[in-house]
Design a binder for this molecule. Structure first.
Ligand SMILES: Cc1ncc(C[n+]2csc(CCOP(=O)(O)OP(=O)(O)O)c2C)c(N)n1
Length: 949
């Protein structure tokens, strides 16, 4: 439904709108603008009349000027009179847009103009594309402009940033008017739509209770996709990454994307989409994906339809990330995103993704957006679901052309699809096509739509289907015969019947862990796993670390950095290997650099990641005089084979995290680290965590080594910036407490809270060195970045060293039976406990054990530690979990039952006692106090409790 909104408002109109009097809410649920548009029109006419004073003797230049003004008006406002609603419910009244009236330009009242040709070269494009007309009469020009801009395409492009783009689009639209589809093309469109309809009918008959979100009412989408795929294939695109929601997905999968129909029926009947040897819980029908080769007259293109979650539009940044990953490995990939009209206008991720579209480290050369506009969102009409005329209007934020088209004009559909691919290829920018159709049934086929939209559905129920009318049209034009159409239908139904029968005995194909992934296995395949050695040659590591602060001769680096960053790093590294102590930021650079050295693609993204929020990273140096920038790691460590992308990101978490996830699922050798400015900001991207990172492998067998850095720690920074919400991530982990296996095989995510630079180095490298890929969440430090005790000796990075899941100081206790209390902890609190214990001289009585890895829970390592201990002594010990966080937060509720199980198992052989005591902050609503005094008092009381025996 298209409402007529004023294009701008006078101050009076603004006042009216904000007080409510300017917008009337009518019973038919449409906004009506009362006076503002009329006022504007009057103003416009008055101005135009002054400018184009009527005269029968106008000069040639004056005449051209008038024609030019009218042409521009059509390009700007023609869409207001276009007919893009196939239901005919929202057809604008012709002649109501004053700017489109030739009389306003005095081009009606000069009699001779009716027959005298005007020079139109460079003003408007009429005629064949190859032989454009040089002259035309005014009536010819007006007719042409009405055909192009007030026909079945509503084109908006006057908001584009460059006249070059505007001129190009107007030329395309105007000259393509003379282009007509060949008979073959029309037959192709017809058969695709007839097959799509037959598929929907077959599904309705065989599976009447299944929600399939059919394409009925918008069947030309299937041809639209065919056109755009072919256009991209012809422009040598090697890969198309496609993200789309539920509507019409099954039609597209089976109709164009070679998804075996028997596999789909197999899934509908309730069987798994995965081969037996894979461990996966699967997903619903409308989230299925596929990767397939499309062949357009020997122009081949690999199409990847991504699995998507129910959360509408969340797939968008993921698809972009995957596209960029393909491009960074040398392929000429392009992204297409399909959307629903309500979700495109409503979901904020759409705007966030547009923001990425032109940023140097995120761009992918333009996305083609196709909005499948069925003029309704579930039960909500457009008047209640958006504040803009078109669903695609949000694209204006990045100067994106918006071409809305009546889905029942196949020729117009073909035109806009072809223009969209050409525009993307030419300008490397996004473009939106709005395919306006309708939805024949309810939101799904089991819903009754007339409860809420009775009038619309009266029209729809009387309306013949489009494949039927289009077919009749082609028969009428002698392009096909009735027999040919019948043959298409019969063949299609026979095929569907055969596929239906073939479900018996169908076994899902192995489509996973192939190609780039052939060396990767699922972590459940324990027999094939080994602990990866993540240590690296320390001389090379030193070289990398030195290189990371190497600046060119004569470069004016900031004095502070010269002394405290570059100077102190070089100083630390100049010592003998055995005396080299490495801090957090150096450990990180050694991890990245060594992975680059081994040929991995490393990508670090997030807000201000180049410098680092805490002023610790400084991967880039800026000349203080010329502002020239150098990024030593990016400029390549001598001899390193990998590619480094340092992606300072916009202020977005949702889109950026989705993008990075997409980057990692494309290739197992893509190591992407996404840092939040402070840990708590991940919550803006919770949808990506819940629906992709945490569950993508189980739902879709898609593995990801995506790594999140969430700065965490109670340092008096107040309620938000203290906590990365460890508890929320642990709740998402399926680290099983009931298993008797020592090693947790099937855990979805790794969660760590490391306390040493060496462990951080190893855990980062482990992401790429394992045979499997799992997302990793690192609760990274803030104050520890600069703490002088928080360093690791270079020997801890050497070949043969590995990540330590558990760090214990039991070896320091000559007589362990003197220990009265064992404090289990994780993260930065360890340093406070260590200092306090020393101060209190209680090393003999209190043992501190750090859980560096929380998920998968390190049962195996704990058993290794405990097996050495005296069992009778263990029965007497005070076992305590101590944390900085409040009792209802942090790792406590996750860790306590697991520690209980581990200790009970070792001491009693079963899980009989509740042994773990708690020390930490009391339960609270906010993660931390905003008062420094309270913060310090809380620490004091935690420390007092810790060393009370
Ligand atoms: C983020 C989100 N909110 C709500 C829903 C529930 N939902 C599923 S489809 C739908 C309507 C979507 O309308 P539209 O985008 O126009 O697509 P259509 O179903 O009409 O094709 C809604 C609200 C969802 N899947 N995702």
């Amino acid at each position: 439904m298209y409402r007529h909104a004023a294009r701008s408002t006078t101050s009076k109109a603004v006042k009216q709108a904000t007080t409510g009097s300017g917008l009337k809410f009518s019973s038919s649920s449409t906004f009506q603008h009362s006076t503002s548009h009329q006022l504007l029109q009057q103003e416009f006419i008055a101005t135009a009349m002054r400018c184009y004073a009527s005269s029968s003797a106008v000069s040639k230049d004056e005449l051209l000027c008038r024609v030019h003004s009218m042409v521009r008006a059509y390009r700007n406002y023609g869409h207001l009179e276009a007919n893009i609603d196939p239901l005919g419910l929202n057809v604008p009244k012709k002649g109501t847009t004053i700017e489109l009236n030739p009389g306003v330009y005095h081009l009606k009242d000069i009699e001779s103009l009716g027959t005298t040709p005007v020079d139109i070269d460079g003003i408007v494009h009429i005629g064949e594309k190859t032989i454009p007309k040089k002259q035309a009469t005014i009536p010819e020009i007006v007719d042409h402009l009405r055909d192009v801009y007030c026909g079945n395409i509503a084109a908006q492009f006057s908001h584009l940033e460059t006249t070059k783009e505007q001129m190009w689009l107007s030329k395309q639209l105007e000259s393509l008017q003379a282009d007509h589809m060949t008979n073959e093309e029309q037959k192709r469109a017809m058969s695709l739509m007839v097959e799509s309809e037959a598929f929907d009918h077959f599904m309705a008959k065989k599976f009447p209770s299944v929600k399939r979100y059919g394409l009925e009412g918008c069947e030309s989408m299937i041809y639209a996709m065919d056109v755009v795929f072919e256009e991209l294939a012809n422009s040598d695109i090697s890969d198309i990454i496609l993200g789309m929601p539920h509507r019409g997905r099954l039609n597209l999968l089976t109709g164009l994307l070679n998804f075996p129909t028997r596999a789909l029926f197999h899934k509908v009947k309730g069987y798994s989409e995965f081969p037996e040897e894979l461990v996966a819980t699967g997903d619903v029908l409308s989230h299925l994906g596929v990767s397939t080769e499309l062949d357009y007259h020997n122009k081949k293109v690999q199409l990847h339809l991504l699995n998507n979650p129910s959360h509408l539009e969340a797939i968008n940044p993921v698809a972009l990330g995957k596209t960029r990953a393909k491009q960074s490995h040398g392929s000429n990939a392009a992204c297409i995103l399909m959307h629903g009209d309500a979700s495109f206008a409503g979901q904020g991720i759409v705007a966030e993704t547009f923001t990425l579209s032109r940023l140097p480290l995120f761009r992918t050369g333009g996305t083609i957006h196709i909005i499948l506009n069925n003029q309704i969102g579930f039960t909500t009409s457009p008047t209640l679901s958006r504040s803009t005329r078109y669903s695609g209007d949000v694209g204006k934020m990045v100067g994106c052309p918006i071409l809305a088209v009546n889905a029942e004009d196949v020729e117009a559909v073909k035109k806009v699809m072809s223009i969209s691919a050409k525009y993307r290829n030419k300008f490397a920018k996004d473009i939106i096509v709005e395919l306006v159709g309708y939805r024949r049934h309810g939101h799904n086929e089991l819903d009754e739509p007339a409860f809420t939209q009775p009038k619309m559905y009266q029209v729809i129920r009387k309306k013949p289907t489009f494949p039927a009318t289009y077919t009749e049209d082609l028969i009428g034009k002698n392009i096909v015969t009735t027999e040919e159409v019948q043959q298409i239908k019969d063949k299609c139904n026979q095929y569907l019947d055969a596929e239906f029968k073939a479900v018996e005995g169908y076994k899902p194909e192995k489509r996973y862990f192939l190609g780039d992934w052939h060396n990767i296995i699922q972590a459940s395949d324990f027999s094939k796993l080994s602990l990866p050695m993540t240590g690296y040659n320390i001389d090379r590591l030193k070289e990398i670390a030195i290189f990371s602060v190497k600046i060119p001769e004569g470069f004016n680096v900031h004095k502070h950095l010269e002394k405290h960053h570059i100077g102190s790093r070089l100083q630390a590294l100049q010592k003998d290997n055995k005396d080299v102590n490495v801090d957090w930021a150096t450990a990180e650079v050694m991890a990245f650099g060594s992975l680059l050295d081994e040929g991995y693609t490393v990508r670090l993204s997030g807000q201000d990641v180049i410098r680092g929020t805490f002023n610790q990273r400084h991967l880039e140096f800026v000349d203080q005089e010329s502002e020239k920038r150098v990024l030593p790691l990016l400029d390549a460590i001598p001899g390193a084979r990998g590619r480094f992308e340092l992606a300072q990101s916009p202020l977005s978490e949702f889109a950026v995290m989705g993008f990075e996830y997409g980057y990692t699922i494309d290739n197992p050798n893509n190591f992407s680290v996404n840092e939040m400015q402070f840990g708590d900001f991940f919550n803006g991207a919770q949808i990506i965590i819940d629906t992709f990172i945490n569950s993508g492998e189980d739902k879709w067998c898609l593995c990801s080594g995506m790594t999140l850095l969430l700065p965490h720690g109670y340092d008096g920074a107040g309620p938000e910036h203290s906590s990365g919400r460890i508890e929320r991530f642990l709740q998402l982990c399926d680290s099983d407490i009931n298993t008797d296996e020592l090693v947790q095989k099937r855990v979805n995510m790794c969660v760590v809270n490391c306390t040493t630079p060496a462990n951080y180095f190893h855990v980062l490298r482990r992401q790429m060195k394992r045979k499997f890929r799992k997302p990793l969440v690192v609760f990274s430090p803030k104050t520890l970045l600069k703490k002088k005790e928080c360093v690791s000796n270079l020997s801890e990075f050497d070949e043969g060293t590995i990540f330590q899941r558990v760090l214990t100081d039991d070896y320091k206790h000559a007589n362990i039976t003197k220990v009265k209390k064992v404090l289990f902890c994780s993260g930065k609190i360890y340093y406070d406990l260590f200092e306090e214990r020393a101060k209190k001289n209680m090393e003999n009585e209190v043992m501190i054990i750090r859980l560096e890895q929380l998920s998968p829970f390190p049962f195996e390592q704990l058993y290794q530690v405990m097996d050495k201990w005296d069992k009778e002594w263990m029965k007497t010990v005070n076992w305590t979990w101590i944390q900085e966080e409040h009792e209802n937060m942090g790792a406590y509720t996750y860790v306590a039952p697991r520690l209980n199980k581990a200790i009970n198992t070792v001491v009693h052989g079963d899980n009989r006692y509740n042994l773990i005591k708690y020390i930490g902050r009391n339960a609270a609503s906010a993660p931390a106090t905003g008062l420094k005094y309270d913060h310090l008092k809380e620490i004091e009381s935690i420390m007092t409790a810790a060393f009370k025996l």
